[in-house]
Design a protein around this ligand. Structure first.
Ligand code: PYC
Length: 342
């Protein structure tokens, strides 16, 4: 990591001191950088986070989840956030070769990996003056990824090893009948569905129908015990359709855990798609896949096959824009200081 004149500053683990502030001493402050990647928001907590210990990122995530879930709920839930928002905590890496560690979360809980969020994190760190163009390894709960920050502001992410676990799996979906799809790992577990009978068209005018359909698929997968490796739940459903124009190869709709759809083309979903294309011999390492989102924002992707396994390293490229800097105030007298819980 190139550091611009100073060390990368990790969360101070202390409440920021606002000496002129007239609030109670128990008031907590979280420093936030907001960005969006292809329309999908990322809210990174860069200061004020709790002590998550010195363990692996998976262990830190468990501490965050069991002891400090209020950091997730106060940053993402209403009245400060909204359901589609993805959040992240910047923390120390466990692996010393990494520049930073990150834990992603959303309205429903904690994510394994998030590529639009990693792209957002990279531009946020650049915005703060902590990194410059170049390659930066980042520790996550599911492994190390590398973010390459380019001169034009775009970011490429070398993801964790990805693969198709099962092809042509049929699931009986209430109200829609038998639907066939592939199960693939791209840093999260995905059920990938191509157009077929009873599958809604992937257009922006169809978002509520796509949400209803994908929610029914997610429920059916869970009810019928259809899962990823080691019984891990499939928590993302990805529906594909033809591109809206010649700028991409395909358009997708991705339902995330928590019931919201990804406004970006979903980087881990694009990784899962790349793994399926590679397994079907429809994509070679010299080709680029252009995946469009439901908003017609685009990620490009390439594959690097790993020898001695059927896995690939996907590289996904996109752009993000910083669109806010704020300090969240958690006032113990505010009944909704830690978010509205329905
Ligand atoms: O870009 O990987 C992604 C992602 C996961 C959930 C929302 N976005």
């Amino acid at each position: 990591m190139q550091i611009l004149g100073k060390c990368l500053v990790f969360p101070t683990r202390t409440t920021l001191l606002y000496s002129t502030y007239s609030m109670s001493k128990a008031t907590t402050f979280l420093k936030i950088i907001d960005s969006h990647t292809g329309g999908e928001p990322t809210r990174v907590v860069v200061d004020g986070c709790a002590d998550l210990g010195n363990g692996t990122l998976a262990e830190k995530r468990e501490i965050l989840k069991t002891q400090y879930d209020w950091i997730r709920t106060s940053t993402l839930l209403e009245p400060r956030g909204f359901p589609a928002m993805v959040g992240a905590v910047l923390t120390e890496p466990h692996d010393p070769s990494c520049s930073a560690g990150v834990i992603f979360f959303n309205n429903a809980g904690y994510l394994n990996m998030c590529i639009h969020g990693t792209i957002g994190l990279a531009v946020s760190l650049q915005h703060m003056g902590f990194i410059s163009t170049g390659s930066h390894k980042i520790d996550t709960p599911v492994g190390i990824v590398t973010a390459h920050l380019h001169d034009d502001g775009s970011v490429s992410v070398d993801n964790v090893p990805s693969y198709r676990d099962q092809a042509d799996v049929s699931v009986d979906v209430l109200g829609y009948g038998s639907i066939s799809g592939d199960i693939a790992w791209g840093g999260n577990w995905f059920f990938l569905i191509d157009q077929q009978e009873n599958v809604p068209a992937v257009t922006s005018s169809n978002i509520s129908h796509l949400t209803k359909f994908s929610t029914a698929v997610m429920q059916a997968l869970s009810n019928q015990g259809i899962s990823g490796d080691d019984g891990q739940p499939i928590d993302h459903v990805e529906v594909f359709g033809p591109p809206a124009d010649d700028q991409s190869d395909s358009r997708n709709f991705v339902l995330c855990p928590g019931g919201e759809y990804d406004r970006s083309p979903c980087g881990t979903g694009t990784s899962a798609k790349l793994a399926c294309l590679y397994a079907d011999e429809k994509l070679t390492p010299s080709e680029t896949w252009r995946q469009s989102s439901i908003l017609n924002t685009i990620f490009t992707g390439t594959v690097s096959p790993l020898t001695e396994s059927n896995k690939i390293i996907p590289t996904v490229t996109g752009s993000a824009w910083v669109n806010g800097e704020t300090t969240i105030i958690i006032d113990p007298n505010d009944p909704f200081s830690k978010g509205i819980h329905f």
